[in-house]
Ligand binder design. Structure first.
Ligand code: AR6
Length: 167
């Protein structure tokens, strides 16, 4: 499996799966979540609402992942995952790793071959970029099902450098 790191906007990626750094409500937010919902359109939010009305009534737990349509995005599906908020006193690295592994498992179940990840938890959730890059890259190293390409799409030069240096 190939792992690559590019600088750019994840909503423009023509891959099978785009991973969203969502929150437990699945009902949208700022950052990459806001961008995915804006560009994906109302179909994505409708699918999230349907999940909440069905088996995810309590929301999506930290580290878990779930798929919806990608709506008007060039991707085929969005896999929503909830990253941990960074803590200076508690090690939540396993949860950040779980986001990546569970997203890949959901993508593999869909038959996805190409998956794009943002730098989960490094925005509103304040995870330091260097640490997030190390955890994320290690978490996707094991091949999963039909997935043959994992592309990290980083917003800005600093995020790109953090990931590229550790690849
Ligand atoms: N493409 C790629 N990366 C992006 C884009 C984009 N279009 N937009 C932002 N980023 P964040 P979190 C980067 O805050 O820390 C939301 O409100 C951004 O620069 O989106 O996991 C959710 O609803 C940063 O490096 O996600 C949650 O409430 C990275 O994406 C909460 O924020 C992640 O930043 C989740 O916080």
């Amino acid at each position: 499996m190939e792992i690559e790191v590019v600088e750019g906007d994840i909503t423009e990626q023509a891959v099978d799966v785009v991973v969203n750094a969502a929150n437990s409500s699945l009902l949208g937010g700022g950052g990459v979540d806001g961008a995915i919902h804006r560009r994906g359109g109302p179909e994505v939010l409708a699918a999230c609402r349907a999940l909440r009305a069905a088996h995810l009534g309590g929301g999506l737990g930290v580290g878990q992942a779930v798929a919806t349509t990608a709506g008007r995005l060039p991707a085929k599906w969005v896999v929503h995952t909830v990253g941990p908020v960074h803590s200076a006193t508690e090690d939540r690295s396993e949860l950040l790793a779980a986001c990546h592994r569970n997203s890949l498992l959901v993508a593999a179940e869909l038959g996805a071959e190409t998956v794009a990840f943002p730098a989960i938890s490094t925005g509103v959730y304040r995870w330091p970029l260097e640490s997030a890059a190390e955890i994320a890259l290690a978490a996707v190293r094991e091949p999963v099902g039909p997935v043959r390409l994992v592309r990290f799409v980083l917003f800005g030069a600093a995020a790109h450098r953090a990931f590229a240096d550790r690849l």
